[in-house]
Design a binder for this molecule. Sequence first.
Ligand SMILES: Cc1cc2nc3c(=O)[nH]c(=O)nc-3n(C[C@H](O)[C@H](O)[C@H](O)COP(=O)(O)O)c2cc1C
Length: 181
Amino acid sequence: MPDPVDATEFRLTMRRVPSPVVVITMGNESEMRGITIGSFTSVSLDPPLISFNVTRSAQSHQLLQEADRFAVHVIGESQVHLANHFAKPHLTGEEQFENVPHQINAHGTPIIDDVTSILHCVCHDVLPAEDHSLFLGRVVDLDDRVDDGAVLYYQSSYRSVGSELRSSLLPPVNSSASGSS
Ligand SMILES: Cc1cc2nc3c(=O)[nH]c(=O)nc-3n(C[C@H](O)[C@H](O)[C@H](O)COP(=O)(O)O)c2cc1C
């Protein structure tokens, strides 16, 4: 059996993969929380499904499992401080939101002011994934606001998106069908 991949090496390799940065919020009658997430992606168009992974040790994990709704906040360049804030461990839900302008919607979900987009979701499924759970959400409403530039997380820091790479300016990759050998 081959040696297992070293966790540090795995982390170093994954740092080379840029990830999106969103803040996911959820709540019930007695509690609310937000968590910064990089594992967010779209899954299906019909129905519209999204997914993200949450470590079982996160405070948000249990609340997400109990909540049947959550909101995905796409942040812009001027909201990177929110990503930092909602990645801080050990804050209570109250401490998380006391200085973050927000509204509580009809489902008890905190909705943060002035973000780029919000995807309002109902929980579609939760799948076990070893030390994480994979949450699938069905998007039931969209709220697009001012686009303030996308934020990525790469090599352990927040980045804006760089210039477009013009693949047409590079030599094409020869396909075997072109007959070159
Ligand atoms: C850019 C970024 C992306 C992150 N992505 C994830 C993620 O996809 N899943 C996860 O469980 N934690 C992720 N984290 C870590 C959580 O935001 C952090 O551990 C949080 O404090 C744990 O949530 P809790 O307050 O509910 O315990 C990320 C942190 C950062 C800064």
